[in-house]
Design a protein around this ligand. Structure first.
Ligand SMILES: Nc1ncnc2c1ncn2[C@@H]1O[C@H](COP(=O)(O)OP(=O)(O)OP(=O)(O)O)[C@@H](O)[C@H]1O
Length: 319
């Protein structure tokens, strides 16, 4: 993707939040809601950052504060080193938000939509890079077609181009793959990766933990308005260090021998034997030996590694 910002002169942090709080005021019908309860968060420049959390965690509130659509109650927010209180306009120029909804006029063409967006942000005509952007998201051929004639995938890519029209160094994609089919999801992943490789800091919110695990180099999990984990994806996964071994015995034991229970094995309702173990403390071979010693003949076995989903459920106590 060529339509990227220059990463020269950018500060080390794309986003920095300190003690960020949001309280939605009470209305006649609803009580006040403390949606963000003191968020401290750093998104390094150039990273591919996942913002995860269960429904109602506060992700949209956070993104809307970054986008300048919701006023924070307390705390400090810097985008590309620019404080949103001191320089709100400059801060807004440093970020592009790709919303969930496909929000553009279907009667305009992609070229008009990108051009108009650049104009909104005060980019002078000679500095606009409409063609370059459309090319970058693979829509150059459709530059002059009505937006309503674009496929779902093309529309999503048009939204990405629209968010990039003012060449912000930071882009937030809010659930970009929600409800899209597997093929389109893969193609959007490719675009997001290219965008990130071109120097843009990408912040992604997603309900697909597998997607975050695949794409993001750093992940923050927020729950009930607080950060419950924030680290590199690799460190988060290593934190679990838990493996799962499942054995299908040729003949399921009618009752569990005490020595297998002592070794950590349990019998599930399908007659399979399961054990969770820490790779640092045990080896699959030792565990399988306990089965052999108990006279269990193995018909089949599988092992599985920890994933983000396990961590997510554990930290947020939700499925
Ligand atoms: N305008 C508002 N007025 C009052 N409360 C709000 C408002 N917007 C959000 N909330 C509340 O603030 C909390 C955080 O909501 P938010 O939409 O930020 O969460 P979220 O993590 O984006 O959830 P989801 O994944 O469901 O979109 C929720 O309890 C929500 O009901």
């Amino acid at each position: 993707m060529a339509a990227s910002p220059s990463s020269d002169h950018l500060p080390a942090q794309a986003i920095e939040l300190k003690g960020l709080e949001k309280v939605y005021a009470a209305t006649n019908r609803t009580a006040a809601k403390h949606a963000l309860k003191g968020i401290d968060l750093v998104v390094p420049q150039g990273s591919f950052f996942g913002l995860l959390g269960p429904n109602g965690a506060g992700k949209s509130t956070l993104i809307n504060i970054l986008a300048g659509l919701v006023n924070k109650s307390r705390g400090m927010v810097e985008i590309a080193g620019i404080d949103i209180d001191r320089h709100p306009r400059r801060a807004r120029l440093a970020i592009g938000v790709v919303p969930q909804e496909l929000n553009f006029d279907p009667f305009f063409t992609p070229r008009e939509i990108i051009d108009f967006q650049a104009g909104l942000y005060g980019v002078p005509a000679r500095e606009r890079r409409t063609e370059e952007l459309l090319d970058a998201v693979g829509l150059l051929e459709k530059a002059d077609a009505h937006a309503r004639s674009l496929s779902g995938g093309m529309r999503r890519r048009l939204l990405i181009a629209k968010a990039l029209a003012h060449r912000p160094p930071v882009v937030v994609l809010d659930e970009p793959t929600a409800g899209v089919d597997v093929e389109l999801r893969r193609s959007l992943w490719r675009y997001m990766r290219k965008l990130n490789e071109s120097g843009v800091t990408v912040i992604l919110t997603t309900h697909y933990l597998e997607e975050a695990q695949e794409l993001c180099d750093r992940i923050a999990i927020i729950d009930q308005g607080q950060v419950v984990a924030c680290d590199t994806t690799e460190h988060l996964l290593r934190r679990l260090d838990e493996k799962h071994l499942r054995v299908t015995p040729l003949v399921p034991p009618a009752t569990m021998p005490p020595e297998l229970l002592a070794a950590g094995w349990s019998l599930d309702d399908q007659g399979r034997l399961n054990v969770h173990y820490k790779a640092a403390q045990a080896q699959a071979g030792q565990l399988l030996q306990t089965l052999a010693d108990a006279g269990v003949v193995i018909a089949d076995l599988t092992t599985s590694e920890p994933d983000l989903e396990t961590l997510f459920v554990r930290l947020t106590h939700r499925d």
